[in-house]
Design a protein around this ligand. Structure first.
Ligand code: GDP
Length: 436
């Protein structure tokens, strides 16, 4: 039994939803520790399809308790909508979901400001999802935010939301033509927040109790390592800390709570929004991978940029997170390709570098040095046994293990839960001794 953090090892959309869902039965508690409803997980099993944005994927497993930590920003209207949609699909949510009173609210003004800014930025846009997440984190850091715990004092909640909304309106009005939220929209957000009151409670205390009883906790990361506010490709990053090391402290738990870190990495790379992407394929091959991998955003429907696996970036992710093992996803998307290059270094100004740079301007000037790997050119869809993978596909996975210095313990060969190779090797076998 272990407490494990699951992080995205690239720019997000690595297929964390599926991996988290697969591992949930081994955990009693699943907690989201960062981001907001800008994250989007797609989970499929049997013929059902669930889109989750704020609620941990554990909600699809009746024995899991789900928690939203203090480091998450919560759009009350979006959360209520998600709860209603899940309940409409027969999933019980109320009574199993605990939201930290310390989590900050995303208000209609945050959303309006996000949209107004992106519109003004034009070509310099960051590529935010327009959900108000960045502005909500700004309010938190500026100490003008509203925490969801105020639902226990409705009058104070209304006053705090009104004051924050007035302040946000001043910022929104600086952008020509920007829409300011109406009083009705603001009141609807307050009403949504108030309806969440029965689910608000001390997440840190609940998790400390779980640790004390030896009940395993999964920390479910959102976004990906290269979008981390400090270590990612700033300023083309998200507004919260994404790294595994932040999971426990942001939930009010000591860092030593964490026993292991599993990173989800796609067999290739994708990126949504702007910012340098050294291994990007802007040609027909990139389009082929996009179509085959269905690389369109869960939250926004935006086409994702696609490219080869970048081992320079992934090695940085291993170091920053302390990754112990990898879940490799979407291997099947590469099935048809005659050759699959892996970027093992970057070339810049005649020199070869093997470490990921801290500055996006430097990254933009780097061209990948590729190691070509032969494609397996046969279907891997739905394979569940490592030994049944084509030899060249195993060679690809083994090469990634060598480049990253950590084992690949899970390989995903299709979108469904069933379509997965689970390798019962360390550290997975130690974290989860029973069969999944
Ligand atoms: P997340 O936010 O990291 O969970 O990623 P998304 O849910 O946005 O993207 C993953 C998408 O890929 C979803 O549509 C999944 O159903 C799908 N998917 C996950 N694993 C695989 C896989 O191994 N093969 C294929 N073909 N699709 C997959």
């Amino acid at each position: 039994m272990a407490n494990v953090v699951i992080v995205g090892g690239q720019w997000g959309d690595e297929g964390k939803g599926k991996v988290v869902d697969l591992l949930c039965p081994a955990f009693q508690h699943v907690v989201r520790f960062n981001g907001g409803n800008n994250a989007g997980h797609t989970v499929r099993f049997a013929d059902r399809h669930f889109a989750l944005h704020l609620i941990p994927s554990g909600i699809l497993h009746p024995a899991c308790r789900c928690l939203i930590g203090p480091g998450v920003v919560v759009d009350p209207t979006a959360l209520l909508g998600e709860i209603t949609a899940l309940e409409g699909q027969g999933v019980s949510v109320r009574g199993r979901l605990l939201v930290s009173p310390r989590a900050h609210l995303v208000l209609p003004g945050h959303r309006a400001l996000d949209v107004a800014r992106e519109a003004t930025r034009g070509a310099g846009r960051i590529g935010t999802t327009g959900r108000g997440i960045g502005p909500a984190y700004e309010s938190r850091a500026a100490r003008t935010g509203v925490r969801i715990g105020l639902v226990r004092r409705p009058q104070r909640l209304r006053e705090a939301v009104a004051e924050a909304s007035r302040e946000l309106e001043l910022s929104i009005r600086r952008h020509e033509g920007a829409a300011v939220p109406t009083a009705d929209e603001i009141e609807a957000a307050v009403a949504a927040a108030l309806s969440l009151a029965p689910m608000v409670g001390d997440v840190s205390l609940a998790l400390a109790g779980a640790v004390g009883r030896g009940e395993p906790i999964m920390f479910e990361g959102a976004q990906g390592t290269l979008l981390d506010l400090d270590h990612g490709t700033y300023p083309f990053v998200t507004s919260s800390s994404v790294l595994a090391g932040s999971a426990a402290p942001s939930c009010g738990l000591p860092a030593r709570t964490i026993d292991g870190v599993l990173a989800v990495l796609k067999a290739y790379t994708t990126r949504v929004g702007a910012g340098p992407f050294p291994t990007e394929l802007t040609d027909a091959l990139g389009e082929q991978i996009r179509r085959r991998g269905n690389e369109f955003g869960t939250t926004t429907g935006r086409p994702r940029r696609t490219g080869w696996f970048d081992a320079v970036a992934a090695r940085a992710a291993v170091r920053w997170n302390g990754i112990d093992a990898v879940a490799l996803t979407k291997l099947d998307v590469l099935d048809d390709l005659p050759e699959i290059p892996i970027a093992t270094a970057y070339q810049t100004g005649g020199a070869e570098v093997t470490e990921f740079p801290d500055d996006v301007a430097d990254l933009a000037e780097m061209t990948p040095v590729y190691e070509p790997m032969p494609g397996w050119r046969t279907s891997t869809v739905g394979i569940t046994d490592y030994e049944r993978l084509p030899e060249l596909a195993r060679r690809y996975a083994t090469r990634l293990e060598a480049l990253l210095g950590v084992p690949v313990v899970l390989i995903s060969t299709g979108p469904r839960r069933e379509e997965t190779i689970v390798r019962r090797i360390a550290p997975l076998a130690r974290w989860i001794p029973q069969p999944l």
